[in-house]
Ligand binder design. Structure first.
Ligand code: CDP
Ligand code: CDP
Length: 224
């Protein structure tokens, strides 16, 4: 019988992590967990409650008051902040602008990691984020570090926004992605780095299907 495994997918912004993680989880009938959505939900709550992104104690107190949960759907998942569906609200520009500041705090991360490990404790999981292979699931049987050129990542987000009818300036989007990558990679508390035992997968020029097929191949080997 095939083993049930944990799959950790990390990488910079817009590398395609959540898109491919969702499909891989579906194919394997595993749970999918988008940890970025959890940091985004906390950021949304902080903006709404007037807690400043640099107020570590305030953010921790807020985090301890709120629940962040997922509801699996056939075509993805819904994100709930307490009882409220915030799936779209957490993608708004203001949240994206502040999320790296909010997620830089050590105590906030410790609580998030605890919650993420709890979600993963039930068996097969595909989890994507920045510190999954290094901190959240250090024993994951398969770790992927997904990258792509910043131009391609910005263009993917740009096209996504166009499809959704969100007016976007390409250069501004690219600058914001670069800034967030810089903040995420240089922070003190569990920065974005490739785990020693992660497989580097450069998706520049690859279609979603090509990336999914490669990961499923690696997973097939890891499950034997
Ligand atoms: O989808 P996108 O690449 O825009 O980002 P995301 O995965 O939704 O993550 C949003 C932000 O949350 C990141 O830029 C990080 O600052 C933070 N994050 C983190 O610190 N650790 C994680 N495991 C996941 C996200
Ligand atoms: O989760 P992350 O921020 O890493 O990226 P994403 O939200 O999954 O992907 C960003 C955009 O790139 C989405 O619109 C995907 O459809 C697209 N994408 C792509 O065009 N080609 C790939 N190989 C992967 C993602």
């Amino acid at each position: 019988m095939k083993k049930t495994i944990q799959i950790a997918i990390d990488g910079p912004a817009s590398a395609g992590k959540s898109t491919v993680a969702k499909i891989v989880a579906n194919q394997l009938h595993y749970i999918y967990c988008d940890t970025g959505a959890m940091y985004r939900a906390l950021t949304l709550a902080a903006l709404e409650e007037g807690v400043a992104p640099d107020d570590e104690e305030g953010l921790l107190a807020l985090l301890n008051k709120i629940s962040i949960t997922f509801q699996q759907q056939p075509d993805g998942q819904l994100v709930f902040l307490n009882e409220r569906d915030v799936t779209s609200a957490i993608r708004q520009h203001d949240v994206t602008r502040h999320v790296s500041d909010v997620s830089a705090h050590k105590q906030v991360r410790e609580e998030m990691v605890k919650r993420q490990q709890q979600i993963a404790s039930d068996g097969g999981i595909v989890m994507d984020g920045r510190d999954i292979g290094t901190m959240v699931l250090p024993n994951a049987e398969l770790k992927i570090f997904l990258v792509a050129s910043v131009e391609e990542r910005a263009m993917r987000r740009y096209k996504e926004n166009q499809e959704k009818g969100i007016p976007t300036d390409y250069d501004r989007l690219k600058n914001e992605i670069e800034l967030r990558d810089f903040q995420d990679s240089t922070r003190q508390a569990s920065p974005l780095v490739q785990a020693d035992d992660a497989i580097l997968l450069d998706t520049t020029g690859l279609s979603i299907k090509e990336v999914v097929d490669r990961i499923l191949n690696y997973a097939e080997n890891a499950r034997n």
